[in-house]
Write a protein that binds this ligand. Structure first.
Ligand code: ANZ
Length: 805
């Protein structure tokens, strides 16, 4: 009978569930392997066909590792706090908790229908108080370590969006919210922040030891942006204040002809002259709508205004004007730069525009050129730095600044502290109480979790604060001495729960501690982590940060959470564009499973191309995958649903070579995440198997094992013909015989006077004499030679024979 995916897939899913086939062993005697997917946000839309791509990849590796004798941890869970659920709940009047439960149920059903071999007994959900108890616990440790603090921080405030919402930089386009297009303003607001900057060096240096795509490591390096330079103080003339600048080019100090402060710099209002006051104020007001990105864009016109104040250049005593300019960011370095227009393009453009002096201090650049000279060279016009090159001059300048007490070496990072609060309901409550006497305290650890109160209405407060401010009986607390306090009403950002979830899977039901020592010492960290490249920074950096903090606390015993990382590409619509509702090109995995089966979907997504590439969906490709599975089925099973008679205990050795090659290549390819080429090899094997009269039963079994990670349902069914009533999940992975791989015959080229005239097959172990004999005996060569006597014959074993006439 034809392969019936509906019946067979249901049968095996039921079997796996009943028998808890994929439950990770709690015994620690086998070697461990931990394969992790980025857990999804359970949206109302359900799974997208992009999800199963990464999920199948880790599933393949997990299934192979189980057969290779590892104790595999392959878990799944839900990252369920977040704005989309909250917004949906506000719109429909439903409770976010109920919405989440409904969505999770649907996601879990879909994942089970794909035959993913998760240990569901370890499922985590970030919105479960039993889980977020430990997210709050981590926050408390950060607080105690001085790594969590409150501050007035500039936020993007959209007063008209949902009654007032703070949005992330990434959610703003042209000064408006990405959703809805509401105007956004920069305003200071009290926030919690985590001092990720204290870990910047370790986050940077430890990247070197990770098996991650180089591009992702590079993105993290740029995001952290370590820059080694100097801080230099410029005394403001007729004021007590000094302007501190950060520069990577202390060597160019003699060419610093003016200073530029960020318009928001705190000194601006103190030093601005009466004549310039109004103009400066107008300039600042105008700028408030521009984003940092727009302000620093090299190609954009730079603008600024003179403050009316001057400062002294410490190296030569010159009076130089102090300007403010849009291209200097308040949030980077010290928010002030010394401008060296001869050697920095932005300063050059600014100086040209406002007619400021340009003094070259490195040979190779001249003032009247149209651009700054940014190369290295001999220093000129630079007093004690004259004659030195860049590196020498930087060192000497910093030494001088340090001696004179006007500067020092400074390392600066682009990385900012992590703003760790949201003015939202659907997030983890921050376990802090603000007391009326000004004291701030943590909720005692034994009172965690601090639960989110259940409320009827989660409309935003409208003041920018979280909806929690309106829940009086939750917010107001009194201690045993009658002292009154208010709970923190900000909640944690979406990223919190995902920053440590991989640890919880190791010991998911522990209610005494975040994770037992025993579990840590066995599982350590994740061996393979697969997910989308869009998480190159934020999630992957935050998780690394928390892991390092937990390492410092002695909770974990590894420096890094994810040893190997791979990214899956995007699955695009048939016309090579992003799948989206508006384009009507979204493929629903449920429909594919219904029509073709989960095994077909898995096979297809793994065969589309290399895992990390973005590839367009193709209905033809999908049905081709199904046809191949049918072909495999028919090779083994006849019309009466019996094993075909050509499956035999006898081996005539015709399939030896291809079988052993296939075992080797598939094993290697799976381990290196080259699933498409593994599948091609299995296709070649099936073609060869169709050509012979008898297929040894152990080759059939081995093939079925190789295919199992990709097409688990069909292969379990085929396996049951050989081993009734068992799952193949823990059968021993096939091995190959190295000697069977050796080629018996090889192809070599035969040349006459250096030109290839024929290709001939010869025994792989033929020596030079044998090669010469066979080459001269070849018919094509004989007719080419036409009786001519070779002067010399050169034979290169394994490659060619050249006949010189
Ligand atoms: C003088 C100078 C001369 C500079 C020269 C560069 C070239 P990275 O490498 O990215 O750290 N800078 C410092 N703070 C800034 C801010 N808040 N906004 C805009 N620009 C700022 O860049 C450091 C350089 O960027 C610093 O070195 C400073 O310009 C500028 F030939 O100082 B430099």
């Amino acid at each position: 009978m034809a392969y019936d995916h509906k019946q067979i897939e249901k049968k095996w899913q039921h079997y796996w569930d009943e028998n808890q086939t994929f439950k990770t062993s709690s015994s620690h005697d086998k070697e461990k392997y931990y394969a992790l997917d980025m857990f999804p946000f359970p949206s109302g839309q359900g799974l997208h066909v992009g999800h199963p791509e990464g999920y199948t990849a880790t599933d393949i590796v997990s299934r192979m590792k189980r057969m290779q004798g590892f104790n595999v941890l392959h878990p799944m869970g839900f990252d369920a706090f977040g704005l989309p659920t909250e917004e949906y709940a506000i719109k429909t009047g439903e409770d976010p908790k109920t919405v989440t439960q409904k969505n999770v149920k649907n996601f879990r059903r879909q994942m089970k229908s794909l035959g993913l071999s998760y240990d569901w007994s370890r499922e985590v959900n970030t919105t479960d108080p039993k889980y977020y108890k430990w997210t709050q616990w981590i926050f408390e440790q950060l607080y105690k370590m001085g790594l969590a603090y409150e501050d007035e921080i500039m936020v993007n405030w959209a007063p008209d969006y949902n009654g007032g919402t703070v949005v992330a930089n990434e959610e703003i386009i042209d000064g408006k919210t990405e959703r809805g297009g509401y105007p956004v303003y920069r305003v200071p607001m009290r926030q919690w922040a985590l001092k990720i900057t204290a870990y910047a060096d370790r986050l940077l240096d430890d990247l070197d030891d990770l098996d991650w795509p180089e591009a992702i490591k590079e993105q993290q390096r740029n995001w952290i942006g370590r820059s080694i330079g100097a801080a230099v103080n410029f005394q403001v003339t007729d004021h007590d204040e000094k302007v501190e600048v950060f520069t990577t080019r202390a060597d160019t100090l003699f060419g610093a002809t003016y200073l530029v402060l960020a318009p928001e710099h705190e000194l601006v209002d103190q030093i601005v002259s009466p004549e310039q006051k109004d103009a400066v104020a107008a300039f600042k007001a105008d700028l408030a709508t521009k984003s940092d990105l727009e302000r620093t864009d090299l190609n954009k016109d730079k603008s600024g205004i003179f403050t009316g104040a001057y400062a002294t250049n410490p190296v030569n005593g010159q009076q130089i004007p102090i300007w403010i300019g849009d291209y200097v960011l308040a949030s980077y370095g010290t928010g002030a730069v010394m401008a060296v227009p001869a050697h920095d393009q932005r300063d050059f453009d600014f100086a040209k525009k406002y007619d400021l002096p340009i003094v070259p201090v490195i040979e190779g650049g001249t003032a009247d050129e149209t651009e700054a000279y940014t190369g290295d060279g001999v220093h000129i016009n630079s007093g004690f730095l004259d004659g030195l090159d860049k590196d020498e001059a930087i060192d000497k300048a910093i030494a001088w600044l340090t001696d004179e007490g006007v500067g020092e070496k400074r390392v600066n990072y682009r990385l900012r502290d992590w703003i760790f609060s949201r003015q939202r309901y659907w997030g983890e409550p921050i376990p802090v109480i603000h007391w009326e006497d000004g004291e701030t305290s943590l909720v005692p650890e034994d009172e965690l979790p601090l639960r989110l109160p259940e409320v009827d209405n989660i409309m935003p407060s409208g003041t920018g604060e979280s909806p929690l401010v309106n829940i009086d009986d939750w917010v107001n607390v009194v201690d045993e001495n009658g002292r009154k306090g208010k709970r923190e009403t900000n909640t944690m950002p979406q990223w919190a729960g995902s920053s440590w979830y991989y640890l919880r899977y190791m010991d998911p039901h522990n209610d005494k501690e975040i994770i037992s020592e025993d579990a840590v010492h066995y599982w350590h960290n994740v061996d393979l982590y697969i997910g989308g490249a869009e998480h190159a920074v934020l999630h992957l950096l935050y998780a690394r940060f928390w892991h390092k903090v937990l390492y410092d606390l002695g909770v974990v015993d590894t420096k890094e959470p994810f040893q190997e990382l791979a990214n899956q590409g995007m699955i695009l619509g048939e016309n090579h564009e992003k799948m989206s509702k508006s384009k009507g090109n979204v493929v629903n995995p449920d429909d594919v499973v219904e029509e073709y089966g989960a095994d077909t979907l898995r096979l297809y997504e793994m065969f589309m191309g290399p895992l990390d590439q973005s590839i367009a969906w193709s209905e033809d490709g999908l049905s081709g995958s199904r046809r191949w599975l049918d072909r495999v089925w028919r090779l083994f099973i006849d019309d009466e649903n019996n094993l075909r008679d050509h499956i035999t205990t006898h081996n005539d050795h015709k399939l030896d070579k291809i079988y052993n090659e296939t075992v080797k290549k598939v094993t290697d390819d799976y381990a290196n995440l080259r699933f498409n080429t593994a599948i091609s090899q299995m296709m070649i094997f099936i073609n060869e198997a169709y050509k012979v009269d008898g297929i040894p039963a152990d080759y059939m079994a081995g093939f079925v094992q190789l295919l199992n990670p990709v097409a688990p349902h069909m292969t379990e069914e085929l396996w049951s013909y050989l081993h009734p009533d068992t799952t193949m999940t823990y059968s021993a992975w096939p091995t190959y015989d190295e000697s069977a791989l050796v080629e018996d015959e090889i192809k070599i080229a035969v040349q006459i006077n250096g030109k290839v005239r024929a290709n001939i097959m010869i025994p792989a172990d033929a020596d030079r004499d044998k090669m010469t004999e066979l080459a001269l005996a070849d018919e094509t060569i004989q007719s080419r030679l036409d009786g001519a006597e070779p002067k010399k014959v050169i034979a290169v074993p394994g490659r060619l024979v050249n006949i010189v006439v």
